[in-house]
Design a protein around this ligand. Sequence first.
Ligand SMILES: *Cc1c(COP(=O)(O)O)cnc(C)c1O
Length: 231
Amino acid sequence: MLKENLEKVEKNIDEACKRAGRSRDDVTLIAVSKTKPLSDVEEVQSLGITEFGENKVQELCDKYEHIATPVHWHLIGHLQTNKVKYIVDKVVRIHSVDSLKLASTIEKEAVKKNVDRVNILIEVNVAGEESKFGVSPDETEDLVRQIAVLPHVHICGLMTIAPFVDDPEDNRPVFRTLRELASRIGAEHIENVDMNELSMGMTNDYTVAVEEGATFVRVGTGIFGARNYNI
Ligand SMILES: *Cc1c(COP(=O)(O)O)cnc(C)c1O
């Protein structure tokens, strides 16, 4: 089942890249394994996937510790400052940085753990949903400038979680806004800041996100099937 799911997702990404005239190499698929057993991660890994996403620190650490062959872990969910120390040396990206306080804690813990550089993305709440974390588009550049001075923290781009919608087309403006914001901030050439990465698109809307320039898509349900939070 995972194999068929993954093939379908890969095919959809391929086709979206073709429609947008983009190279498939410019889009990285992150398999979001939250709530799913390690055996599922290992199966998807055996099918060639190297990037995995988790939204909880504890779950990421558990899987990190027990997996037989290492993968690249991406923290994609809200991160509390008191938990930074557990993951700062275990992840290839933190996608969900939305405050100077969090970034400063990452800086401090990176130094403690001898990590030269922690790669992060700034989470932007493009649609202004109250239930969501993330900085507003208007505040993004200021936050980027404040974080840029932290020597062990490197901003690689922006991330957003788009609203839940029935028609993924409704999220196209959200993805486009994120891309335009990244391109505006990138044009400022702020030292220690890259704006090359856009983490956007989930199971419901990743093809639209790819068409709008996503470099990371975060797909959970589309690969692993529906999640059961009651077990
Ligand atoms: C769970 C989650 C995803 C994946 O969601 P699906 O709809 O299952 O693909 C992507 N991004 C974040 C931040 C998540 O928490």
